[in-house]
Design a protein around this ligand. Structure first.
Ligand code: SF4
Ligand code: SF4
Length: 399
């Protein structure tokens, strides 16, 4: 029905961030839907199939085409299902995606690192004096709240700041929480994004772990992990386990008076809505509430924001399949941010943060790229800002 529904109006062409960088019919939603329909009716010849596969993977599954489509075709979910069906039929994903998925399956993290290193950020931060108290492991203390750092903030040295700052902000607000540390699994959402047929089993295993461990509330600081645990696990993880994005929780803590941004942060910033948080989960207001609560900080919106936010290209395995297109997409986003006159672009997702940094490098832009925790930390406890964390972590590594 979805494939039949396309009115061929072409609205999706005007909005697709990948098509904007590579204007071929096979890239946009209309082209992909046309090919899909022919696959299940008359079939595609070799050349047509090659072109279709290019388009299917030159797509960040950002969901913009769904938002602007007058028929509201569930496009991005269709792309994921198409990828899965093709894999089942023996037509695999691009090689770099396969490597990434193999790391998740074999190592339980996308960095192919030993899981024993997963919680080291918390130990290092405590030893460096960046936390108010040690972060406890769930197996030793079952707190009312679990902080789920995710693979990127756990393993990527450039993004561990997000895990440290998230933990510190929860401590500042008096939240009783612990982490799974070495037992924290990859959320496995990338299996779903890239069409791995093992996603349902992987999600069930993770859900069983949360239930077996008696976890009732999970706070997630990555938009991708949030979409995974909150949306992709629907029907697998019972609704009794509450999954919140960090921005939802921090906004609530600020509104209830448990966390008060006091110090002036005199900056003009613009805000980048991650696709997985905004378009896919309608979380637009909470991150903006946080920014508005910071004294001295002013928020200027980009011309494309909210449901029309321009994707940075980090979703759907696009960066693995087509890094040059991701770079062009993030460069386009950075140029939009520069138009506002802001000095920084702020996002509540470490994956988007990395993607946008590709854009500032590609455009040699002077624009700063920050995770939203950095803005809040500067107002609540500046001794844990990014500069302090990087210095402390570097000294720990070298010393
Ligand atoms: S999901 Fe995003 S990148 Fe993919 S076709 Fe739709 S608008 Fe383009
Ligand atoms: S916007 Fe929707 S109906 Fe129009 S061409 Fe694109 S997919 Fe088809």
């Amino acid at each position: 029905m979805e494939m039949e529904a396309c009115a061929r109006c072409g609205e999706c062409l005007a909005w697709c961030p990948a098509y904007a960088q590579d204007p071929r019919e096979s890239i946009c939603s209309r082209g992909k839907l046309g090919s899909l329909k022919r696959i299940v009716t008359s079939g595609l010849n070799g050349e047509e199939m090659k072109e279709f596969l290019e388009g299917l993977y030159e797509c960040s599954a950002c969901g913009q085409c769904h938002i602007v489509c007058p028929v509201r075709i569930n496009t991005h979910e269709l792309w994921e299902r198409a990828r899965e069906s093709l894999v089942k039929a023996g037509i695999p994903q691009p090689e770099e995606q396969i490597k990434h998925l193999t790391a998740i399956r074999e190592c339980n993290n996308s960095f192919a690192k030993p899981q024993t290193e997963r919680g080291l950020w918390a130990e290092t931060a405590w030893r460096a004096g960046l936390l108010k108290e040690p972060v406890r492991l769930w197996k030793e203390y079952q707190a009312p709240v679990l902080y789920f750092a995710g693979c990127t903030a756990s393993f990527d040295p450039a993004m561990q700041t997000v895990a440290v700052q998230s933990a510190r902000l929860l401590q500042e607000a008096g939240v009783d929480f612990s982490i799974l540390g070495p037992d924290e699994p990859c959320c496995a959402s990338k299996l779903r994004r890239m069409g791995d047929p093992g996603f349902a089993d992987a999600a069930q295993q993770r859900a069983d772990l949360f239930l077996r461990s008696g976890i009732g509330r999970i706070i997630v600081s990555c938009a991708g992990c949030f979409k995974g645990l909150h949306s992709d696990y629907a029907g697998i993880l019972p609704a009794s386990v509450e999954v919140l994005h960090l921005t939802e929780y921090l906004d609530r803590l600020i509104r209830e008076g448990n966390l008060t941004p006091t110090r002036n942060v005199p900056m003009k910033v613009t805000y980048h809505d991650p696709c997985h948080l905004g378009r896919h989960n309608q979380i637009y207001r909470e991150p903006r509430n946080i920014l508005h609560a910071i004294p001295g900080l002013s928020l200027i919106e980009m011309r494309r924001h909210g449901p029309f936010s321009l994707c940075c290209g980090m979703g759907g395995g696009l960066k693995l399949a087509k890094p040059e297109i991701q770079k062009k997409m993030s460069a386009a986003r950075i140029r939009q941010a520069e138009e506002t006159g802001a000095e920084a672009i702020v996002t509540p997702c470490q994956t988007c943060q990395m993607g946008l940094m590709t854009g500032t490098e590609a455009t040699s832009s002077g624009l700063k790229v920050y995770h939203i925790t950095e803005m809040l930390i500067r107002s609540v406890c500046p001794e844990a800002d990014r500069a302090h964390i990087e210095k402390a972590f570097t000294e720990t590594e070298t010393g």
